[in-house]
Design a protein around this ligand. Structure first.
Ligand SMILES: [Fe+2]
Ligand SMILES: [Fe+2]
Length: 201
């Protein structure tokens, strides 16, 4: 059975986040929170942490680059070269900072799952994979291969991560876009898991 996560002053916080990211994006976050909670129950992770990470994961998803830059300064997040090359990455790392400093989320596992929900990273924890995949495959997502992705998500987290990272990297290659090394490292990490099942090759 589902346990709802306790989010203090939920109404007030939700209003603030929604004003920043819009109603559609907030609804997406609620779907990610629900799916993350389901996955946590299935895979033996903490459902409450999963809900909270999903709920806040896009809390700083704003498009305006100047606003983003200002917020990174305000919250003490260093602006990196990767951020210049792929500004869509900023909201994940910034969201984790804001969740910590403004919304009082202190749990490092929740904050890390939020921070890496767009890029992935090598050696991901269960919770990190769950948030990445709930974001990728939540029920309203609609893209070629989404059914296969959902099947995998509910079957095996590592295979689903390998699939999702390959698809994402392939999409970026097709657009001739910048790909952060973190995503390539994450993908190679899952490739090794998938191809060797722990054996040396
Ligand atoms: Fe996001
Ligand atoms: Fe998202």
């Amino acid at each position: 059975m589902k346990r709802q996560a306790i989010i203090e002053n939920k109404e007030e916080i939700q209003k603030e986040i929604e004003e920043r990211i819009g109603e559609k994006r907030m609804k997406h976050s609620l779907r990610v929170a629900d799916m993350a909670q389901d996955l946590a129950i299935k895979y033996g992770e903490d459902p409450e942490k999963a809900y909270i990470a999903g709920y806040y994961h896009d809390c700083m998803k704003i498009r305006d680059k100047d606003q983003l830059k200002k917020a990174t300064k305000d919250y003490g997040l260093a602006w990196t070269e990767d951020f210049d090359r792929a500004p869509q990455l900023v909201h994940s790392f910034l969201g984790a900072k804001v969740a910590e400093k403004r919304y009082g989320i202190k749990d490092p596992e929740i904050l890390s799952a939020m921070a890496y929900h767009t890029t992935g990273k090598p050696s991901m924890t269960g919770l990190e994979k769950i948030i990445y995949l709930a974001d990728y495959g939540e029920p309203m997502r609609n893209f070629d291969g989404v059914d296969q992705a959902r099947d995998l998500i509910f079957k095996d987290l590592d295979s689903a991560m390998f699939y999702a990272l390959n698809q994402t990297i392939r999409f970026l290659l097709d657009k001739e876009s910048y790909i952060t090394p973190l995503s390539v490292q994450a993908r190679n990490d899952f490739l090794i898991k998938e191809k060797t099942h722990g054996q040396v090759f």
